[in-house]
Ligand binder design. Structure first.
Ligand SMILES: Cc1ncc(COP(=O)(O)O)c(C=O)c1O
Length: 399
């Protein structure tokens, strides 16, 4: 595909007061009106250029939301205090008691726990399916289904969702396709491919600094406006609002996302290819051996590569833990959850970021306890990194 999400971000610019090159930060919770009528109108929706209260919208949040809407090429977007804040806002906006979700079974552990453990308390139930089987997805849809939910590149198994085909199924059954695109910003243009709503945890690649959590959903004007309705909007009423200072800092970091994504991808491809040549079992969407490699090449915006995430199989948890400790000691990166940092981060998802998923279910989906998930950093000299990694692998007896 030839889409230009980075150009869209670059072209989206707002000057600050006094001609500042960055937009001014709105340091206010509430806003004055010159006329009572305008306040009334604003309560009913967005009045152009008018702000009501910062849980609804602040100018700073609007700047970041607009830039992210430009990136995903959607009409609108709304930032939230965390990725989970965006996910819960979207689901609670769409679903009520008795409704049903069809979700990929390989998703971030928190999203899984929300659907598996929390939403049933509200009588919202979820069928978890293998998202790469379109037939299974369609078969799981019931009269009550409101959402098909998946991640473009799944956490942690790095399966690729066939967004255009899932969108066709969603349309056919009149349900919404909600895609979490956290692993592949710029790389996958989920909304252009057919997602009705695209979510990101901004905590990861988009902010890239690991100094805050944040989230966004990108969707139609109608959906975003409804979600912020003072009467019944999930975002407005649950209130997971981002602070203006944070949205201003994330917007500045978003400006370099294209440069960072290219480097993350370049480094992850180099490491994947070399470790695979060394006989390590590597999963990376850029490798020909990846089961969805062809699909990925038909969906992705090639200039940004195949992403910064890869997994290797260390065989068992003991080996995985040992290898991670050795790698941390030798400076390869940090044994930490999360992703999208300048430094490589690694963890064993079975006992870390996917520990919300029961061991039985992990086994069923192919998540074994020796899996190590890497978020490759921005290392300038990836050859040097590889050489050190090889020493670590030799030290623990994996090669
Ligand atoms: C794919 C994915 N989606 C959503 C989230 C949740 O985001 P946050 O931690 O910003 O709430 C995460 C967090 O790890 C994630 O990996």
């Amino acid at each position: 595909m030839s889409l230009k999400p980075a150009n869209n971000i670059q072209d989206n610019h707002t000057f600050g007061e006094f001609g500042g090159v960055n937009p001014s930060i709105s340091d206010s919770a509430t806003y004055t009106f010159l006329a009572g009528k305008t306040m009334g109108d604003t309560f009913e929706g967005n009045t152009e250029g008018c702000y009501l209260y910062s849980r609804h919208t602040s100018p700073s949040n609007l700047h970041l939301s607009n830039a992210l809407a430009a990136m995903e090429d959607t009409e609108c977007a709304n930032v939230s205090a965390s990725g989970m804040g965006a996910i819960t806002s979207v689901i609670m906006q769409i679903c009520g008691t008795g409704d049903h979700i069809v979700s990929s079974r390989t998703i971030y552990g928190g999203s899984y726990a929300l659907m598996k453990n929390y939403l049933p308390k509200l009588n919202i139930n979820t069928a978890f399916v293998d998202i790469t089987s379109l037939q299974k997805v369609e078969d799981a849809i019931t009269k009550e289904t409101k959402i098909i939910y998946c991640e473009s590149v799944s956490n942690p198994l790095l399966e690729i969702a066939n967004i255009p085909e899932l969108a066709k199924i969603a349309k056919k059954h009149n349900v919404l396709l909600v895609v979490d695109n956290t692993f592949s910003p710029l790389i996958i243009s989920a909304s252009k491919l057919g997602a009705d709503i695209t979510i990101h945890s901004l905590t990861k690649f988009i902010n890239g600094m690991n100094d805050t959590v944040g989230g966004v959903y990108c969707a139609s004007n109608e959906f975003v406006t409804n979600s912020k309705s003072v009467m019944d909007g999930a975002a407005m009423l649950f209130g997971p609002v981002m602070d203006s200072f944070r949205s201003a800092s994330i917007l500045k970091n978003l400006r370099t996302l294209h440069v960072r994504m290219k480097k993350h991808s370049e480094n992850a491809l180099y490491i994947s290819q070399h470790l695979e040549n060394d006989g390590i079992r590597v999963v990376y969407p850029g490798l020909k051996s990846h089961k969805d490699h062809k699909l990925m090449t038909s969906l992705y915006n090639a200039e940004f590569g195949f992403g910064g995430m890869l997994t290797i199989d260390a065989g068992n948890l003991e080996k995985a833990n040992l290898l991670m400790e050795v790698m941390q000691d030798k400076g390869i990166g940090f044994l930490a959850v999360s992703l999208g940092f300048y430094k490589t981060l690694f963890n064993a998802p079975g006992t870390g970021t996917s520990s919300e998923i029961s061991l039985e279910e992990q086994k069923e989906m192919g998540l074994n306890d020796g899996l190590i998930r890497f978020s490759m950093g921005l290392d300038n000299d990836i050859k040097r990194t590889y050489k050190i990694m090889k020493i670590c692998l030799q030290e623990v007896g994996l090669i």
